[in-house]
Write a protein that binds this ligand. Sequence first.
Ligand SMILES: C[S@@+](CC[C@H](N)C(=O)[O-])C[C@H]1O[C@@H](n2cnc3c(N)ncnc32)[C@H](O)[C@@H]1O
Length: 253
Amino acid sequence: MWRPFLKGGNSANPVRPHPPLDRYYRTEEERLRRVRDWFDHSAAHYDWITQALSLGSGHWYRARILRTAGLDRGARVLDVACGTGVLAEAATRQVGPEGFVVGLDPSAGMLSRAQARGVRQLVQATAEAIPFADASFDLVTMGYALRHVADLETVFSEYRRVLRPGGRVLVLEISRPSSRFAYRALELWLGRVVPALSRLGGVKPRELMAYYWETIDRCVPPESIVEALGRVGLERPERRVELGIFSAYLGEA
Ligand SMILES: C[S@@+](CC[C@H](N)C(=O)[O-])C[C@H]1O[C@@H](n2cnc3c(N)ncnc32)[C@H](O)[C@@H]1O
Protein backbone atom coordinates (compact mmCIF):
# COMPACT_ATOMS: atom_id res chain seq x y z
CA MET A 1 0.00 0.00 0.00
CA TRP A 2 1.13 3.55 -0.67
CA ARG A 3 2.06 5.71 2.23
CA PRO A 4 0.47 9.14 2.58
CA PHE A 5 2.29 11.63 0.40
CA LEU A 6 0.90 14.64 2.18
CA LYS A 7 -1.14 15.86 5.03
CA GLY A 8 -4.82 15.32 4.35
CA GLY A 9 -7.12 12.35 4.08
CA ASN A 10 -8.89 11.16 7.14
CA SER A 11 -6.78 8.35 8.51
CA ALA A 12 -3.17 8.33 9.63
CA ASN A 13 -2.19 5.80 7.00
CA PRO A 14 -4.61 6.10 4.09
CA VAL A 15 -5.11 3.42 1.49
CA ARG A 16 -5.16 5.55 -1.63
CA PRO A 17 -6.99 4.29 -4.72
CA HIS A 18 -4.00 5.25 -6.88
CA PRO A 19 -0.57 6.83 -6.38
CA PRO A 20 -0.26 10.62 -6.62
CA LEU A 21 -0.65 11.88 -10.19
CA ASP A 22 1.59 14.92 -9.95
CA ARG A 23 0.99 15.87 -13.56
CA TYR A 24 -2.39 17.08 -12.28
CA TYR A 25 -1.85 18.12 -8.65
CA ARG A 26 0.90 18.49 -6.09
CA THR A 27 -1.00 18.40 -2.83
CA GLU A 28 -4.06 16.60 -1.53
CA GLU A 29 -5.83 19.95 -1.22
CA GLU A 30 -5.07 20.69 -4.86
CA ARG A 31 -6.37 17.25 -5.90
CA LEU A 32 -9.68 17.91 -4.12
CA ARG A 33 -9.98 21.36 -5.69
CA ARG A 34 -9.20 20.17 -9.20
CA VAL A 35 -11.54 17.18 -9.09
CA ARG A 36 -14.38 19.36 -7.77
CA ASP A 37 -13.66 22.02 -10.41
CA TRP A 38 -13.54 19.46 -13.24
CA PHE A 39 -16.86 17.94 -12.26
CA ASP A 40 -18.52 21.32 -11.66
CA HIS A 41 -17.46 22.52 -15.11
CA SER A 42 -18.14 19.24 -16.91
CA ALA A 43 -21.57 18.55 -15.42
CA ALA A 44 -23.42 19.83 -18.49
CA HIS A 45 -21.44 17.45 -20.71
CA TYR A 46 -21.08 14.46 -18.38
CA ASP A 47 -24.08 12.48 -19.64
CA TRP A 48 -23.32 12.58 -23.35
CA ILE A 49 -19.63 11.87 -22.74
CA THR A 50 -20.28 8.84 -20.54
CA GLN A 51 -22.99 7.55 -22.89
CA ALA A 52 -20.43 7.82 -25.69
CA LEU A 53 -17.66 6.14 -23.72
CA SER A 54 -19.91 3.24 -22.73
CA LEU A 55 -21.29 3.07 -26.28
CA GLY A 56 -24.74 3.80 -24.91
CA SER A 57 -24.86 0.82 -22.53
CA GLY A 58 -24.23 2.77 -19.31
CA HIS A 59 -27.79 3.39 -18.11
CA TRP A 60 -28.88 -0.13 -18.95
CA TYR A 61 -25.85 -1.65 -17.19
CA ARG A 62 -26.44 0.36 -13.99
CA ALA A 63 -30.13 -0.66 -13.83
CA ARG A 64 -29.28 -4.33 -14.39
CA ILE A 65 -26.49 -4.45 -11.81
CA LEU A 66 -28.78 -2.88 -9.18
CA ARG A 67 -31.28 -5.69 -9.79
CA THR A 68 -28.61 -8.40 -9.54
CA ALA A 69 -27.35 -6.82 -6.28
CA GLY A 70 -30.78 -7.64 -4.83
CA LEU A 71 -32.31 -4.16 -4.61
CA ASP A 72 -35.86 -4.63 -3.30
CA ARG A 73 -38.96 -2.48 -3.46
CA GLY A 74 -39.25 -0.34 -0.36
CA ALA A 75 -35.47 -0.20 0.18
CA ARG A 76 -33.68 2.87 1.55
CA VAL A 77 -30.74 3.66 -0.74
CA LEU A 78 -27.84 6.08 -0.45
CA ASP A 79 -26.13 6.73 -3.79
CA VAL A 80 -22.72 8.19 -2.95
CA ALA A 81 -21.04 10.25 -5.70
CA CYS A 82 -24.39 10.37 -7.46
CA GLY A 83 -23.11 12.79 -10.12
CA THR A 84 -25.90 13.59 -12.56
CA GLY A 85 -28.10 10.97 -10.89
CA VAL A 86 -28.09 8.11 -13.40
CA LEU A 87 -27.71 5.36 -10.79
CA ALA A 88 -30.00 7.15 -8.32
CA GLU A 89 -32.70 7.45 -10.98
CA ALA A 90 -32.51 3.70 -11.76
CA ALA A 91 -32.62 2.91 -8.01
CA THR A 92 -35.65 5.18 -7.52
CA ARG A 93 -37.57 3.23 -10.16
CA GLN A 94 -36.65 -0.08 -8.55
CA VAL A 95 -37.48 0.80 -4.91
CA GLY A 96 -40.87 2.26 -5.89
CA PRO A 97 -42.88 4.78 -3.86
CA GLU A 98 -42.49 2.75 -0.63
CA GLY A 99 -38.70 3.24 -0.66
CA PHE A 100 -36.43 6.25 -1.03
CA VAL A 101 -33.12 7.18 -2.61
CA VAL A 102 -30.76 9.90 -1.45
CA GLY A 103 -28.04 11.17 -3.79
CA LEU A 104 -24.82 12.51 -2.27
CA ASP A 105 -22.07 14.38 -4.11
CA PRO A 106 -19.58 17.18 -3.33
CA SER A 107 -20.04 18.92 -6.71
CA ALA A 108 -22.80 21.55 -6.85
CA GLY A 109 -22.73 21.36 -10.66
CA MET A 110 -23.36 17.61 -10.69
CA LEU A 111 -26.04 17.88 -7.99
CA SER A 112 -27.97 20.46 -10.00
CA ARG A 113 -28.02 18.04 -12.95
CA ALA A 114 -29.25 15.24 -10.66
CA GLN A 115 -32.03 17.54 -9.46
CA ALA A 116 -33.01 18.32 -13.05
CA ARG A 117 -33.13 14.56 -13.71
CA GLY A 118 -35.70 14.22 -10.93
CA VAL A 119 -33.64 12.89 -8.02
CA ARG A 120 -35.61 14.39 -5.15
CA GLN A 121 -33.34 14.00 -2.13
CA LEU A 122 -29.83 15.35 -2.59
CA VAL A 123 -27.05 16.28 -0.21
CA GLN A 124 -23.75 18.03 -0.84
CA ALA A 125 -21.09 16.03 1.03
CA THR A 126 -18.23 13.59 0.48
CA ALA A 127 -17.97 9.84 0.90
CA GLU A 128 -15.41 10.37 3.67
CA ALA A 129 -17.92 12.11 5.99
CA ILE A 130 -21.49 11.01 5.34
CA PRO A 131 -23.98 13.24 7.16
CA PHE A 132 -26.43 10.48 8.15
CA ALA A 133 -27.02 8.52 11.33
CA ASP A 134 -25.83 4.95 11.82
CA ALA A 135 -27.95 2.18 10.26
CA SER A 136 -29.98 4.55 8.05
CA PHE A 137 -29.85 2.61 4.77
CA ASP A 138 -30.40 -0.85 3.25
CA LEU A 139 -28.04 -0.28 0.31
CA VAL A 140 -25.15 2.10 -0.31
CA THR A 141 -24.10 2.46 -3.94
CA MET A 142 -21.16 4.24 -5.54
CA GLY A 143 -20.71 4.39 -9.31
CA TYR A 144 -17.34 5.14 -10.87
CA ALA A 145 -16.04 7.41 -8.12
CA LEU A 146 -13.89 5.22 -5.87
CA ARG A 147 -10.82 6.55 -7.69
CA HIS A 148 -11.60 10.03 -6.36
CA VAL A 149 -11.61 9.29 -2.63
CA ALA A 150 -8.76 9.98 -0.23
CA ASP A 151 -8.78 6.66 1.60
CA LEU A 152 -10.62 3.44 0.75
CA GLU A 153 -10.91 2.29 4.35
CA THR A 154 -12.34 5.58 5.66
CA VAL A 155 -14.98 5.48 2.95
CA PHE A 156 -15.85 1.80 3.42
CA SER A 157 -16.09 2.34 7.21
CA GLU A 158 -18.57 5.13 6.56
CA TYR A 159 -20.61 2.82 4.31
CA ARG A 160 -20.66 0.15 7.01
CA ARG A 161 -21.70 2.70 9.64
CA VAL A 162 -24.70 4.03 7.71
CA LEU A 163 -25.91 0.55 6.69
CA ARG A 164 -28.37 -1.42 8.81
CA PRO A 165 -27.08 -4.84 9.89
CA GLY A 166 -27.38 -7.05 6.81
CA GLY A 167 -27.45 -4.04 4.45
CA ARG A 168 -25.21 -4.08 1.39
CA VAL A 169 -22.57 -2.02 -0.35
CA LEU A 170 -22.36 -1.96 -4.15
CA VAL A 171 -19.39 -0.19 -5.73
CA LEU A 172 -19.09 -0.05 -9.52
CA GLU A 173 -15.75 0.59 -11.15
CA ILE A 174 -13.92 0.16 -14.42
CA SER A 175 -10.84 -2.02 -13.97
CA ARG A 176 -7.68 -2.25 -16.00
CA PRO A 177 -8.00 -5.44 -18.09
CA SER A 178 -5.36 -8.12 -17.61
CA SER A 179 -5.23 -9.21 -21.25
CA ARG A 180 -2.72 -7.18 -23.23
CA PHE A 181 -4.99 -6.81 -26.24
CA ALA A 182 -7.95 -5.61 -24.13
CA TYR A 183 -5.65 -3.20 -22.27
CA ARG A 184 -4.40 -1.66 -25.53
CA ALA A 185 -7.97 -1.34 -26.84
CA LEU A 186 -9.18 0.32 -23.62
CA GLU A 187 -6.15 2.62 -23.52
CA LEU A 188 -6.87 3.73 -27.06
CA TRP A 189 -10.57 4.26 -26.34
CA LEU A 190 -10.51 5.83 -22.87
CA GLY A 191 -7.03 7.32 -23.01
CA ARG A 192 -7.23 8.90 -26.48
CA VAL A 193 -10.56 8.76 -28.29
CA VAL A 194 -12.81 9.76 -25.38
CA PRO A 195 -10.65 12.74 -24.25
CA ALA A 196 -10.45 13.92 -27.87
CA LEU A 197 -14.24 13.64 -28.19
CA SER A 198 -14.73 15.40 -24.84
CA ARG A 199 -12.90 18.41 -26.18
CA LEU A 200 -16.20 19.28 -27.85
CA GLY A 201 -17.41 20.20 -24.35
CA GLY A 202 -14.36 22.39 -23.62
CA VAL A 203 -11.00 22.17 -21.86
CA LYS A 204 -12.29 20.94 -18.47
CA PRO A 205 -14.18 17.89 -19.82
CA ARG A 206 -11.13 16.98 -21.92
CA GLU A 207 -8.83 17.21 -18.88
CA LEU A 208 -11.31 15.28 -16.76
CA MET A 209 -11.51 12.41 -19.24
CA ALA A 210 -7.72 12.23 -19.63
CA TYR A 211 -7.47 12.08 -15.82
CA TYR A 212 -10.29 9.50 -15.78
CA TRP A 213 -8.21 7.06 -17.83
CA GLU A 214 -5.04 7.66 -15.79
CA THR A 215 -6.84 6.91 -12.54
CA ILE A 216 -8.14 3.64 -14.03
CA ASP A 217 -4.71 2.76 -15.38
CA ARG A 218 -2.98 3.46 -12.03
CA CYS A 219 -5.74 2.16 -9.77
CA VAL A 220 -4.93 -0.38 -7.04
CA PRO A 221 -5.69 -3.95 -8.13
CA PRO A 222 -9.22 -5.27 -7.55
CA GLU A 223 -7.92 -7.60 -4.80
CA SER A 224 -6.86 -4.56 -2.73
CA ILE A 225 -10.39 -3.13 -3.00
CA VAL A 226 -11.95 -6.44 -1.89
CA GLU A 227 -9.40 -6.63 0.93
CA ALA A 228 -10.22 -3.08 2.09
CA LEU A 229 -13.94 -3.97 2.18
CA GLY A 230 -13.14 -6.93 4.43
CA ARG A 231 -10.75 -4.98 6.65
CA VAL A 232 -13.45 -2.53 7.76
CA GLY A 233 -15.65 -5.46 8.79
CA LEU A 234 -17.92 -5.77 5.75
CA GLU A 235 -18.79 -9.42 5.34
CA ARG A 236 -18.56 -11.61 2.24
CA PRO A 237 -16.58 -9.02 0.29
CA GLU A 238 -16.46 -9.95 -3.38
CA ARG A 239 -15.86 -8.69 -6.89
CA ARG A 240 -18.08 -9.63 -9.79
CA VAL A 241 -16.48 -8.83 -13.09
CA GLU A 242 -17.86 -8.70 -16.62
CA LEU A 243 -15.72 -8.62 -19.77
CA GLY A 244 -12.67 -8.24 -17.53
CA ILE A 245 -13.45 -4.52 -17.18
CA PHE A 246 -16.76 -3.86 -15.43
CA SER A 247 -16.29 -4.56 -11.74
CA ALA A 248 -19.01 -4.64 -9.11
CA TYR A 249 -17.69 -4.84 -5.53
CA LEU A 250 -20.08 -6.07 -2.88
CA GLY A 251 -20.02 -6.41 0.88
CA GLU A 252 -22.53 -6.87 3.69
CA ALA A 253 -22.75 -4.96 6.98
C1 LIG B 1 -17.61 9.76 -12.73
S1 LIG B 1 -18.78 10.62 -11.71
C2 LIG B 1 -19.92 9.31 -11.34
C3 LIG B 1 -21.34 9.71 -11.31
C4 LIG B 1 -22.38 8.63 -11.12
N1 LIG B 1 -22.16 7.85 -9.93
C5 LIG B 1 -22.53 7.70 -12.31
O1 LIG B 1 -22.63 6.49 -12.11
O2 LIG B 1 -22.58 8.21 -13.43
C6 LIG B 1 -17.86 10.78 -10.22
C7 LIG B 1 -18.56 11.62 -9.15
O3 LIG B 1 -17.82 11.48 -7.95
C8 LIG B 1 -17.92 12.70 -7.24
N2 LIG B 1 -16.86 12.74 -6.20
C9 LIG B 1 -15.58 13.14 -6.32
N3 LIG B 1 -14.96 13.03 -5.15
C10 LIG B 1 -15.85 12.52 -4.27
C11 LIG B 1 -15.81 12.19 -2.87
N4 LIG B 1 -14.71 12.34 -2.16
N5 LIG B 1 -16.94 11.73 -2.29
C12 LIG B 1 -18.08 11.56 -3.01
N6 LIG B 1 -18.16 11.86 -4.33
C13 LIG B 1 -17.08 12.34 -4.94
C14 LIG B 1 -17.78 13.76 -8.34
O4 LIG B 1 -18.26 15.02 -7.92
C15 LIG B 1 -18.60 13.11 -9.46
O5 LIG B 1 -19.93 13.56 -9.45
